[in-house]
Unconditional design. Structure first.
Length: 229
């Protein structure tokens, strides 16, 4: 399991000396908010597929912030989809075997929550080929998708959080004033992701997040909301 790493960060002009902190913040746009990536169910928010750079770089203690897509069908630019503090990292083998995450194995004929399970990769031996459970990353007929297997397991790391807020398609706007000492807004726009190591920004974001109330699952994924219309 992952451990927190201490990192020296560049100080802002108004800071007398550089600060030593234990967290960064990774911000990106959630293009498809379906309940799959991230998966906020059964008491844990997990990011096990997609976003390979974030899954590689994020350390225990870091924050992951996902904001809404600005696509024509979604139009949620600037809204908070979810935020999770990484409290644990697992390999795919560990994730597949851990009793806590058995409910996250997908059941495609089950409820909406069951269909979007993200515990989808396993293998019969440590060096055997990866196998894929029927999931959102499988082909339409339920068979394994080699491209997704290669892309997802290329980073053998699952981010886990029991300290998160997930709003899905019903989140509040992220304050525009949340910017780092270079003026970069915390809320990402476009593809890729932004990484912040400004302790004042991270602290201000966490303070705002805590003001939103008790953590956990707060709202349905955007794709679920569109199905109701």
């Amino acid at each position: 399991m992952g451990k927190a790493r201490r990192r020296r960060v560049r100080s802002c002009p108004h800071q007398a000396t550089p600060l030593l902190i234990q967290m960064s913040l990774h911000s990106y746009v959630v293009r498809y908010d379906s309940g799959f990536a991230p998966n906020p169910f059964y008491g844990y928010c997990t990011l096990s597929t997609c976003k390979p750079k974030i899954r590689t770089a994020a350390a225990v203690g870091d924050w992951i912030v996902g904001s809404g897509s600005g696509s024509r069908k979604v139009q949620l630019t600037g809204q908070l989809v979810y935020a999770m503090r990484v409290t644990e990292t697992l390999t795919w083998d560990q994730y597949s075997a851990d009793p806590r995450f058995q409910p996250k194995k997908p059941f495609r004929r089950g409820s909406r929550k069951q269909t979007c399970g993200d515990n989808i990769y396993f293998r019969v031996a440590p060096h055997a080929p990866w196998q894929q459970r029927d999931s959102f990353h499988s082909k339409e007929d339920g068979s394994a998708d080699p491209d997704h297997i290669a892309r997802d397991t290329g980073v053998n790391r699952v981010l886990v959080s029991d300290d998160f807020l997930y709003f899905g398609g019903e989140g509040p706007p992220i304050p525009n004033g949340l910017r780092d000492c270079d003026g970069r807004p915390l809320c990402k726009a476009g593809i890729g992701h932004s990484k912040f190591e400004d302790p004042q920004l991270v602290g201000a974001f966490v303070q705002w997040l805590r003001s939103l109330g008790e953590g956990g699952f707060k709202g349905s994924p955007h794709e679920w909301l569109t199905l109701r219309q």
